[in-house]
Every structure is written in C-alpha cells, then in structure tokens.
Design a protein around this ligand. Structure first.
Ligand code: BEZ
Length: 221
C-alpha cells in the first residue's frame, strides 16, 4: 500500500553505507527526504546521486536530512560511490545509501517499477521521492519510472514551498521560484492575513467578484 500525504513515516531499521540507520531516529525532528533508485552502476542513477551530492549544502541550508535507497548491498553501493564522484567531480556522496536487495522497503513504500526488472526477473525500484516534515508525516511524494531521471532543482523548489506553507501559511503559485510572490492560503481571513503579513497583501479582482486571489511578498526574505 503506497504512502499517502499525511501518513506517518514507516518506522524501519536499514543497513546503509554509513552503518545501520533507524529511520525515525534519523529524522529526529528535522525535515527529511528519502529518494529511491533502481540499481547501482546504472547511468541515470549515477547522474542523480551525483546531483544530490552536489546539492548537499542546499539540503543542509534547509535543515533537510537526506537518505537514498538502491536495490543492492552496501559493498556494491560503496564501490559505486567512487564512480558517482568521478562522474560528478563537484559531488560528495556524504549522505547514506540504504541497501534494499530484497526490495523489502520498496514493497513497504509501494515504489516498484513493474516494467524494469533485474537479471533474476525481480522488479526494480522506481524513482520515488518522499519528503517528511519534522512531525515525521509525509508532505510530498513523487514517483518516476526507472527510465526518467528526476530534476533536483524541482525537489529543492518544492521543499522551499513546503517549508513556506508550514512556517508562514502561504501557498506558491504555478511556476513559482524562490523570491517570487506567494499566495495567502484560502483558509486565512483578510483580518488574519493583515495581522500575519506585515508587508501586506494585494487582492486581485476577478469577474466573479470573489476575493480569493491574494498575493503577498515571500514572507521569509
Ligand atoms: C538507469 O539508471 O540508467 C536505469 C536504471 C534502471 C532502468 C533503466 C535505467
């Protein structure tokens, strides 16, 4: 059964390239991202893990703990890290990679890709991204097939949006990027919004006359 938004993160203990990790203890009141990969020593995965290694300062700046998963053993992961860092020289794979050779976690999280299988005919893990909040609840999930690499600029962008919503009661509009105007969430009255946003907000007039499109400068800059 796939995880749903708002679900508590499954509690599990896993072998990783940095020793045994208890996921709930690892999260420990922080934001966390768990992202999965089909297989070690495969081309798209190598580019993705390098991109995450390069972006580690960005995840750290946002207070996000990073954890990867791939369907191979720890020895294989450790050998593969050398290739990843060679292919993306700016990257350091300083985050742990879970070993999930029997797909136990992939099944638990509902992230198998039936179209891609290993030599033994076992489905590979798809490219899933799970972002958990400090309350250990799922705030965002995305699921790509094994053949499509993710955009980790987009992953950082959605983390910025999630954190703005959690901390400042704003939503982010289509194609929003950090620094752009945000939107007052529909559940906030005009009075509450006036008190909450010292920089003010503007209400956009629309034919219906309903005052639901309210823009405000990004609150945390
Ligand atoms: C890759 O990472 O390149 C890949 C892995 C599994 C299936 C297809 C592509």
């Amino acid at each position: 059964m796939a995880l749903k938004l708002g679900d508590l993160a499954p509690s599990f203990v896993a072998e990783t390239t940095q020793g045994e990790i208890d996921f709930h203890k690892y999260i420990d009141g922080s934001w966390a991202i768990l992202f999965s990969h089909p297989n070690d020593f495969t081309p798209v995965c190598t580019t993705e893990l390098g991109a995450v290694g390069k972006f580690m300062p960005e995840f750290e700046k946002r207070g996000v703990k990073v954890l990867a998963l791939s369907c191979n053993d720890v020895e294989s992961h450790k050998a593969w890290i050398k290739d990843i860092e060679s292919f993306t020289p700016e990257a350091q794979v300083s985050y742990p990679i879970i070993s999930d050779p029997k797909r136990d976690l992939a099944v638990q999280f509902g992230m198998l890709d039936p179209d891609e299988q290993d030599a033994a005919g076992i489905p590979l893990t798809a490219r899933a991204v799970y972002v958990f909040g400090p309350d250990k609840k799922l705030k965002l999930s995305i699921l790509y097939p094994a053949t499509t690499g993710r955009n980790f600029h987009e992953v950082l962008r959605v983390i910025d949006s999630l954190q703005l919503t959690a901390n400042h009661s704003v939503a982010t509009p289509v194609n929003w990027n950090a620094g752009d105007k945000c939107m007052v969430v529909p559940g906030l009255s005009n009075e509450a919004a006036a008190a909450k946003f010292p920089k003010g907000f503007e209400t956009i007039e629309v034919p219906s006359g309903k005052q639901y499109i309210r823009l405000t400068p990004q609150p945390n800059i």
